[in-house]
Write a protein that binds this ligand. Structure first.
Ligand code: BGC
Length: 250
């Protein structure tokens, strides 16, 4: 029997990725397409890329799309690592007018979290589970007994007078050419502050850098257990497809 399929697109500050998704397994079907995020990353230019990716798969159904900022009812409210032109834009409506199916947009870390909770490291985990994605920024997704509390934005908590993600994201590691031990100290301090206000039962760390989790996770001194994400870079695509498939048609 053919797998139940969905389609997800993950919009990020550096790349836009999309693929068909097997919603039973929580896995990509075939090769994903990745295109560099246009600069400036204005909505119209990014929409063009999304339309191109969806078209090249010949997908005509509903699609899930992640956005790296606060997203409420399809409207973007922040743009920390994107062009400020996104703020106030109705992305669901704008994209739905350009692709054959309807569009559901959600925060990128929330999408990754939904995927990890359903298919990955958060499967069957009750209590307070916090997923953090380390990439261009730091994304967060908070789950209470499996239910998502959307748009938590913990990447922007103040840590020693700085925006958390400015010092502890994977981009900060690359930009400042930090070794894993040096960067792990920053992540540790960031998690210290975050833990003190959220008191999670489990922290799942995702983003590209979670592929090398063995190089930095053991250096952390958090009281909460920290485990690497299992879907890694595909979590956003899978979670977007899942959110779109499960949300009632408007
Ligand atoms: C944004 C979040 C996003 C995270 C990861 C942050 O700068 O504010 O909404 O989830 O980056 O992309």
């Amino acid at each position: 029997m053919a797998a139940v399929q969905g389609f997800g697109v993950d919009i990020g500050g550096s790349g836009i990725k999309g693929c068909l998704v097997d919603l039973e397994e929580g896995a990509l079907i075939g090769e994903r397409i990745r295109v560099e995020t246009p600069q400036p990353s204005v909505p119209a230019a990014v929409y063009d890329v999304v339309v191109g990716i969806v078209g090249s798969f010949g997908w005509t159904g509903r699609i899930g799309v992640t956005y790296p900022g606060v997203m409420k009812r399809g409207v973007a409210h922040t743009a920390a690592n994107m062009d400020k032109g996104w703020i106030g834009t109705d992305v669901d409506a704008g994209l739905s007018a350009l692709v054959p199916g309807t569009v559901e947009t959600l925060n990128d870390a929330d999408a990754a979290g939904l995927a990890e909770m359903r298919y990955g490291a958060g499967r069957g985990k009750d209590g307070v589970v916090l997923l953090l994605t380390f990439g261009t920024g730091i994304g967060s997704a908070l789950f209470v007994d499996g239910h998502l509390v959307p748009n938590t934005e913990f990447g922007h908590i103040q840590v020693d007078g700085h925006d958390g993600e400015k010092r502890a994201s994977a981009a900060a590691k690359d930009r400042e050419e930090l070794s894993y031990p040096h960067w792990a100290k920053r992540v540790d301090r960031y998690l210290d502050v975050l833990e003190a206000s959220v008191w999670p039962d489990l922290i799942i760390v995702g983003g590209g850098v979670s592929k090398k989790a063995h190089k930095w996770v053991p250096l952390l001194s958090t009281r909460t257990p920290v485990v690497p994400a299992e879907l890694q870079n595909d979590a956003g695509i899978v979670g977007a497809a899942l959110a779109a498939a499960e949300h009632r048609e408007p």
